[in-house]
Design a protein around this ligand. Structure first.
Ligand SMILES: [Zn+2]
Length: 88
């Protein structure tokens, strides 16, 4: 890490060269700043919770598949189509 002498009032928010772990771009940021921007931060969040999000998706998929094949619940879409057919 380089020590840069800066005026006192700027020193509090000393920027250091950081590398965004998402896009790999170098950017000047504070110690707390990990990503170059909000979009990369969001992407990192999704990446970090990918397993969790995937598991939730998987769960829903199994719930749908677990239902008996003979009893297909009528979807709300079909109802809408029926209503339309009656109106027209
Ligand atoms: Zn980035």
């Amino acid at each position: 890490m380089k020590e840069i002498s800066v005026p006192g009032h700027v020193r509090r928010m000393r920027l250091e060269e950081r590398v965004c772990p998402v896009c790999g771009q170098a950017f000047p940021g504070t110690k707390r700043q990990r990503y170059c921007g909000a979009s990369c931060e969001r992407r990192a969040y999704y990446a970090r919770h990918a397993d969790e999000l995937k598991a939730r998706h998987h769960e829903r998929y199994h719930q749908q598949k677990g239902q008996p094949a003979g009893e297909a619940p009528p979807g709300p879409r079909q109802n809408q189509v029926d209503c339309r057919a009656q109106t027209v």
